[in-house]
Design a binder for this molecule. Sequence first.
Ligand code: ADE
Length: 230
Amino acid sequence: FKKIGIIGAMVEEIELLHQHVDKTGSFTKAGITYVEGKFHGRDVVFCKSGVGKVNAAVCTQLLIDAGVDCVLFTGVAGAVDPNLNIGDIVVSSSCLQHDMDVTPLGFARGQIPFQEVSEWQADASLVELALAASERHFPGRSVKGKVLSGDQFIASRDTVRSLYEDLGGACAEMEGAALAQVCAMNEIPYVVIRAMSDKADGSAHVNFAEFTVEASVNSHKIIDDMVQHM
Ligand code: ADE
């Protein structure tokens, strides 16, 4: 890859990029600032998308328009797979919008009507790179799984159980599937890296507040390692 795009949704998720990328320039479009620079000798562009699918979609398209040839997401998520603990890593095998719901018209939950694909596969080589990085830093604490995205903070035991049992998700967050869809529309490879800040249950809001910084550090370590090996 010649130019690597990296997105985080919140300030905690991109803070370490601000600290460690050698900045060469920046530009602002649609209210989002894109920072260009060198990271381990590689050309990167990183930005803070803001929270939610619309922000992530606009941000991803502008990043692609700026010439990146792959997109990495770094950030935190609520664990959906009950085997995951706070701090553990999910590497996206695919992403799905869990809040896309046209079931009254007979479409499956998560399925976008009249569209062939609603679950976008991550790039296999980026996934392997991320899993290898994760095993180096957090052995036995990462899974490759389905990332579920929606414009909702999940904080209920019943909801999180349904995301696991009915949709087969590994974690829940608010941007990945939007990024994945835009990447697919542009034929650009992507992978989403998420460290668990909470378990998307009744304690999620408390855990999120306590563990977001720590989980963001874990996710950044994967990105850092990946870029060194790209
Ligand atoms: N990001 C981190 N935790 C989350 C949760 N429980 N739901 C949605 N997005 C999240």
